[in-house]
Each structure stands twice: as C-alpha cells, then as structure tokens.
Design a protein around this ligand. Sequence first.
Ligand SMILES: C[S@@+](CC[C@H](N)C(=O)[O-])C[C@H]1O[C@@H](n2cnc3c(N)ncnc32)[C@H](O)[C@@H]1O
Length: 288
Amino acid sequence: MILDCTLGGGGHSKEILKSILPGGTLISLDCDIEAIKSFEDFARDFSLNLKLVKGNFSELDEILLSFGIKEVDGILFDLGISSTQLNDARRGFSFQVDSPLDMRMDSNMSLTASHIVNDFSEDDLSYIIYHYGEEKHARKIAREIVKTRKISRILSTKQLSDIVVRAVSRNLRKRRKIHPSTKTFMGLRIFLNKELDTLEKGLKKALKVLKSGGRLVVISFHSLEDRIVKRIFKDASMKKCLHDLSLCKCEGFPLVRLLNKKPLFPGKEEELLNPRSRSARLRALEKF
Ligand SMILES: C[S@@+](CC[C@H](N)C(=O)[O-])C[C@H]1O[C@@H](n2cnc3c(N)ncnc32)[C@H](O)[C@@H]1O
C-alpha cells in the first residue's frame, strides 16, 4: 500500500504502479483537480490497484481513513508545482507565460495572487516576498507594486514581472543567475497555497501512518521546504522516551532511521534530461 501525495503529471505514480502490480494498491492525491482529471483515463485500466483523490496532503490521515486504511508501506512527496501547472497560460504560476494573476493550486480556494498583489498593504507584500521568496529587494518591489496599482490594478503575470524588473533594475548590473521575478513569484505562490504549513502537517501525519519498516521519501525544491523536511526527519530520528512515566530510566528510542544523512541531488545526466530537476534534493527515511 503506497501513498503518492503529489500526483502532478503522474510520472512517479506510473512507476510506482509498475512495481506494485498485481497485488498492491496505490493512492495518488493532488489538490489540483486538473491533475486528477488528466490522469483519469490512464487510471481507468487500473481501477483495482489505483485510487485517485482530489485532496490536500495536510489531511492525508483522514483521506486514508475514508478508504478504511490506517497504515501504508510507503509515502512520496514531490513538492512544488508540476510543469503542466507552470506552463498553463490560465494558471498564472510563471512570469514566462502571460496569464491572469491566479497561482492557486486548488481552484476552490478564494484567495488569488491578484488579491494579494492588489489589496494587501505594502508591509504585508514586502513581508511575503522577503520571507517566502527570500528576495532581498522585497521592500523595493513592494513599493513599486503599490505605486503602480494606484494608477490601475495589476492583472497579469507580465505586468507583475515588469514591475519587479523595474524595481530592481538598478541592481541588475550585478548579473543574477535567475530571472529577477523568480523569487517574487515563488514567494507569492508559497504564501498563497500555504505550502510550508501544509508540508509541516503532511509530514507529521505521514510519520504516524507509516507502517513499521515503511519508507517516506520527500523531494523538495528550495531551502525553505528542505529546512522543514530536515528538521522533522532529524527530530523523528532522535532517541525519545515514549513511556508515560515521569521517572522512566530508558534512554528512549528513535522513531525512524535516516536512509541518507545528506540530501541526494540529481546527477548531471538527469539535469540534462530534466533541467527543472537542477534544484531538487531528496531525503528518505525508514520507520523502525
Ligand atoms: C512537482 S508536482 C509532482 C510531479 C509528479 N511527482 C510527477 O511525477 O509528475 C507537485 C504536485 O503536487 C501538488 N501539490 C502541491 N501541494 C499539495 C498539497 N498540499 N496537497 C496535495 N497536492 C499538492 C501540486 O498540485 C502538483 O500537481
């Protein structure tokens, strides 16, 4: 019994399915209904082994319980957004594709990037861009956003990207490795979709529903995510006394064994085949 918490384009789910047939079950979830719909045709041929669920991994325990499942043998999180979402001109995730400022992974959410950019205060914008995007020019960018929206609302990714470039243009003489809008877009997306909060909840629940001997694998794409994964993994691997005795003499037991002390990075070959994998890092553990 395997849980893929991030179906996306289904690449991992297809590979997992190959290795668990004929007897195993895979539950694949995604909070984006488009990801689920795109995979339904493929899933039809595997109805006995594969269950698709539109849901958030922060509620993975309840999702499993709705199928009567209390424990699983393996769990995968492949964080962030999929290439399909990034390239979709209706979704607003990319400054390279001109589209409405949306950025919601789950289209049932009411808050969009447009609300944040047009209605949040300058201080709040600056905070979001700095803390979630790790953008050191956050204050200048927030100021430029507020100045521009006084004239007219900011409606598209292209408009927002132009504003960011304008705000940091004086600093552009120092060549950046990434596009000047990258961090601002990332910060807005992470805040809007509550990505750090859902990750923390999802990982803690994953540790609970993992069977003894089961494995948890997480692929993250930036340092804010990886910091959370690293902390939760490390904490679970430390000795802890779970006995309900105030004077217990036992030295405690770790809940998990880390399968790799340092994160694994893609090799050169994989980076060439899939340039988006460049910033990926993988951590894995096994439950005792
Ligand atoms: C990087 S993609 C996964 C790609 C996938 N592993 C593949 O092989 O194609 C991440 C996916 O996770 C989904 N996602 C992100 N946060 C989520 C959450 N909290 N709950 C459920 N799905 C989430 C996104 O909508 C996106 O489709």
